[in-house]
Design a protein around this ligand. Sequence first.
Ligand SMILES: Nc1ncnc2c1ncn2[C@@H]1O[C@H](COP(=O)(O)OP(=O)(O)OP(=O)(O)O)[C@@H](O)[C@H]1O
Length: 298
Amino acid sequence: MTSSPALGVSGLTVRYGDTTAVDSLDLSIPAGQTVALLGPNGAGKSTVVNAVLGLVPTAAGTVEVLGGRPRDAVRAGAVGAMLQHGGLPSEARVGEVLDLVRRSFPAPWPLEDLVATAGIEGLLARPVEALSGGQRQRVLLAVALAGAPPLLLLDEPTSAMDVEGRRSFWTTMRGLAARGHTIVFATHHLDEADAVADRVVVIADGRLVADGSAAQIKTGTAARTISFTAADDDPLDVLPGVTALDRRGDTVTLTTGDPETTLRALLVEGRRLPDLEVRGASLEDAVLSLTRPIGADR
Ligand SMILES: Nc1ncnc2c1ncn2[C@@H]1O[C@H](COP(=O)(O)OP(=O)(O)OP(=O)(O)O)[C@@H](O)[C@H]1O
């Protein structure tokens, strides 16, 4: 056993022309952790995953996978990935793809267990082009697991899955985590991060803005929701502190990074607030408040 983290990122900076996609990112992930990478579109999540795989050139900083260089780790089958635009040869059959990928690794995952773990029983004879979106993601998972990697990187792995598919996918991931695999996944499903991740890393504009358990992220933000009953012509989204507004019938829910100021503004205007409730933030509220400046466009 090595004492190196499964993934060590230090001062990582990645640029695409004038765009700094990842900006001086430090991250150390010990073996066995399940980590969610969260952040808005364009935050830099995919770029971090790609840099860890050695797929994009870095402008500065270092990435170590299990104490070694990313490319060596990928070649050795020590890191498996499901990428957003992961390709599969469309005319090949699933079984052929798996044979080919497994043969490229020194110690591939035994086929029967791989098929059962990825939940693709019955799909081996199917041409790739005949797979549904969710089945395709399951096959991509099998490909990612083919080298029996200790580290798994998943970029929005459940984006094409239905509710049942997502649930069973995360059950599979929990099983892998219990077997000691390190799992790093990017997602926009914050409920998945809340339910599955030991640790949540929030990125905005390529920088790390929060790092902790989902509970810590939720309590560490000032974000609260304020809900009450109001007429639908009441212009509430211009109130100070408000980062999001949701109307369901005549119930309004405001997310605010500064609940006291928002409440004061509501009351100064002499508004009645029937059914008033102030609640702690969900992970979604917390991430929104961390990644969207107060007063930004709603
Ligand atoms: N190949 C590329 N060429 C130029 N710019 C790129 C390229 N890939 C990403 N970018 C830019 O880098 C920034 C980070 O993008 P990235 O895809 O890493 O974000 P993300 O957090 O994964 O977003 P999403 O949630 O939308 O997938 C964005 O501004 C994006 O437009």
